[in-house]
Design a protein around this ligand. Structure first.
Ligand code: MEV
Length: 358
């Protein structure tokens, strides 16, 4: 049996603006995770069991654009496994769906790594990240790439999306991991309202002509505040970022109510996190007021809360993945020398269902 897990994520600063090349900060949330195990099946076919979404089906009975089926089809395609294996794939996740915690990207990352290990097709973190980004594009339109990046590497990231260039097929984004000077505590409040990120991103696009360089300053200063442990400043920056997100029309009465409740219960700052309109908000708290803030969020209508510590990275999710994926595979030298973009470009010509890379 081969197992793999991937954490959830939250965006601390810069959501939406990140789509337009502004910096954003995101961190993994290890309390919630997607878990996948793959075993050889005694029956023929690729059987998927995902009880959380009531899915028990053979791969070929699912539409090819089904979120889980599309990962498996595309993985088998890029790995060029000669004969279709017989597999049982078990998928479970504690990450709430469509709430801005990266549930889809986490399933893709965990499933890709589990298939890669089980089928002995070596895949680097960079390839997992690029593959997950292509899957995200199939389902979410024009994502920035921050979600797949923070989930793949399971580390705090400072992310700047670079414009696409013909010579760099999506692999030129600026991704830096940053140091967390002193661990800090975040309470995540879930409105319980599922809001497709694709819609809020496309609404923001219509009004994005305004000067939003304030976000650049906020994300830049927030990174320094995190590195140096200036929590009061970080809280103020969260409040400022929330105001900008309100101006972008991606907050909602429910999110604003949770943000105010957190603040009144002693949070140092609070803001919506992710696509907005529903989903989650986050509050920066002193550790000893975390429970009180969490309780206030529930009283103000949050469906659930998560209290999480943000650290540089001491969780097994962050271990060096090269040690997990040391299998050799049996492909030609020429294929080995192709990078992910080249392989996808070649294979795209032959298979119409493969990623739309542009
Ligand atoms: C979604 O988690 C964050 C957004 O900035 C969209 C994106 O970056 O793709 C709203």
């Amino acid at each position: 049996m081969t197992k793999s897990s991937a954490p959830g994520k939250i965006i601390l600063f810069g959501e939406h603006a990140v789509v337009y090349g502004r910096p954003a900060l995101a961190v993994p949330v290890t309390q919630v995770h997607a878990d996948v195990d793959v075993v050889d099946a005694s029956r023929s076919g690729i059987w998927i069991n995902a009880p959380d979404v009531n899915l028990h089906a053979e791969l070929n009975t699912l539409p090819s654009d089904h979120p889980i089926a599309s990962v498996i089809h595309n993985f088998l395609f890029i790995s060029r496994i000669a004969s279709f294996p017989n597999l049982e794939i078990n998928i479970s996740s504690t990450i709430p769906v469509a709430s801005g915690l990266g549930s889809g990207a986490a399933v893709t990352v965990a499933l890709t790594r589990a298939l890669s290990s089980h089928l002995k097709y070596e895949i680097t973190d960079e390839e997992v990240n690029a593959f997950t980004y292509e899957i995200e594009k199939l389902h979410h339109g024009t994502p920035s790439g921050i979600d797949n990046t923070v989930i793949t590497y399971a580390k705090p990231v400072y992310f700047i999306k670079r414009p696409p260039s013909p010579s760099r097929r999506g692999d030129g984004d600026e991704v830096e991991t940053f140091r967390v000077g002193k661990p800090f505590t975040i309470v995540i409040g879930d409105t319980g309202i599922s809001a497709p990120t694709k819609e809020s991103v496309s609404d923001v696009r219509r009004s994005w002509l305004k000067d939003k360089d304030k976000v650049t300053e906020i994300s830049f200063t927030a990174r320094r505040a995190i590195e140096q442990g200036h929590w009061r400043m970080l809280g103020e920056l969260m409040n400022e970022n929330h105001k900008l997100l309100q101006e972008m029309t991606v907050s909602s009465p429910e999110l604003d109510k949770l943000v105010s409740a957190a603040y009144e219960a002693g949070a140092l700052g609070a803001k919506l996190s992710g696509g907005g309109r529903g989903g989650n908000m986050i509050a920066l708290v002193e550790l000893d007021s975390a429970e009180a803030v969490s309780q206030s969020l529930i009283e103000a209508g949050a469906r659930s809360t998560i209290i999480t510590q943000v650290t540089s990275c001491d969780h097994p999710f962050c271990m060096d993945r090269k040690t997990q994926h040391s299998h050799q595979n049996s492909f030609s030298k020429q294929e080995h020398q192709m990078d992910f973009g080249q392989r996808s470009a070649v294979w795209k010509q032959r298979h119409h269902f493969i990623f739309s890379l542009e």
